[in-house]
Ligand binder design. Structure first.
Ligand SMILES: Cc1ncc(COP(=O)(O)O)c(C=O)c1O
Length: 370
């Protein structure tokens, strides 16, 4: 493995210091939860090693109300979705192995295969094709040597989604190949209009990954999971987990379990606020003249761009945006894209902070025009 730090982490708001940013439009999660608001008394918790697979109650909660073919033993709890992605890539890929991965993408989905030295074929998702997965292009990239296909839906950084028909079509292609499908559905609970089934419920060749970080604003407890019905893969991923962590944090898992058991108390307010924030962004998009976008269908991020005809000094744009307008977004280079595009996270800031940040974006373009 050849590890390299990723710009999305080096330049992340938590590394810069949250207090240095007034209008933080760079996050990809909902507003962080305050522990006190969960009203949890955990004084009796025994700080022992936990179940290596993960808290059984939590695993049950994860599949509750989902496709009935999924069982508790199909779920492996991980330290955030990030470690699930790491364990899957390192378990299934070796140097030189072929994988197909959508680009742009959440950086780890690309960076870990790179660190392994895998032979990466990118499936381009472009503004021109509405940041959609091009199924024909995907088909053409898969060869008998392809070990893994990696897709994210709802997509980070654009918030676009694959339809259920397309997902099933993609799974058919996977089943006709030698590959597994890694389906990163970390934003699934935040789909606006339709929610896909857990992809792993549709085939033994699919591994779903998700997390409590984004929808529920709980990134600090580092709870994610992977789901697969394939028993051999489960054993392989458990071996990876045990070598890295032995088990997860019993404190994190207990908080996650109790939260999930009561998620219906929290989720309606989150969804309402998230949709209101989305409407704020949509109204703003329609009212200004310097940016265009592909409207997202889920998640709390979108990936607008400065209109091609507008000439700006992008370095100056980001500098002024932060220094004069106290606003921070995720520049395109976090995703190996042009800095004329940026990830705008609308779920994390308060509605008034979001409005101020959007004003700042417009003003920063005006101030950095060439
Ligand atoms: C698509 C996607 N997958 C996985 C992750 C990792 O999330 P976590 O490890 O906090 O669960 C992120 C975080 O931004 C993400 O956007």
């Amino acid at each position: 493995m050849k590890y390299v730090r990723m710009p999305i982490e080096i330049e992340s708001p938590e590394q810069m210091g949250y207090s240095t940013i007034k209008y933080n439009l760079s996050e990809s999660s909902y507003t962080d939860t305050i522990f006190k608001d969960l009203n949890l008394n955990m004084n009796e918790l025994v700080i022992c090693y936990g179940d290596h697979v993960g808290h059984p109650g939590l695993r049950q909660e994860i599949i509750k109300g989902e496709a009935s073919n999924l069982k508790i033993e199909d779920v492996l709890v991980t330290a955030g979705a990030a470690s699930a992605l790491f364990m899957i890539s390192t378990s299934l890929l070796e140097a030189g192995d072929e994988l197909v991965v959508a680009k742009p993408n959440y950086a780890t989905n690309i960076e870990t295969p790179k660190a392994i030295g895998a032979s990466i074929k990118y499936l381009p998702m472009t503004f021109e094709n509405g940041y959609q997965v091009d199924i024909e292009a995907l088909k053409n990239l898969i060869t008998p040597k392809t070990k893994l296909v990696s897709l994210t839906c709802p997509h980070n950084p654009t918030g676009t989604m694959i339809s259920e028909t397309d997902l099933k079509e993609i799974i058919k292609i996977i089943e006709a190949s030698n590959a597994y499908l890694l389906f990163d559905e970390t934003y699934r609970d935040m789909s606006f209009k339709f929610k896909l089934p857990i992809a792993a419920s549709l085939s033994e060749r699919v591994i779903s990954v998700s997390s409590l970080s984004k929808t529920y604003g709980l990134p600090g407890i580092r709870i994610g999971w992977l789901i697969t019905q394939n028993k051999k893969l489960q054993e392989l991923f458990l071996a990876a987990k045990e070598q890295i962590f032995i088990c997860g944090s019993v404190v994190d898992e207990e908080i996650a379990y109790r939260y999930m058991a009561r998620r219906n108390d929290y989720f309606p307010a989150i969804k309402k606020d998230m949709l209101e924030k989305f409407e704020i962004v949509k109204a703003w998009m329609g009212s200004q003249k310097v940016f265009d976008w592909i409207e997202p269908s889920g998640g709390v991020v979108c990936f607008p761009r400065i209109k091609p005809e507008i000439k700006v000094d992008t370095k100056k744009f980001y500098e002024i945006l932060l220094s004069e307008f106290h606003t921070y977004v995720g520049p395109g280079h976090w995703f190996e894209e042009s800095d004329r595009s940026f990830r705008l996270g609308f779920g994390w800031p308060s509605q008034s902070e979001l409005r101020e940040g959007l004003k700042g974006l417009e003003n920063a373009v005006k101030a950095s025009q060439i």
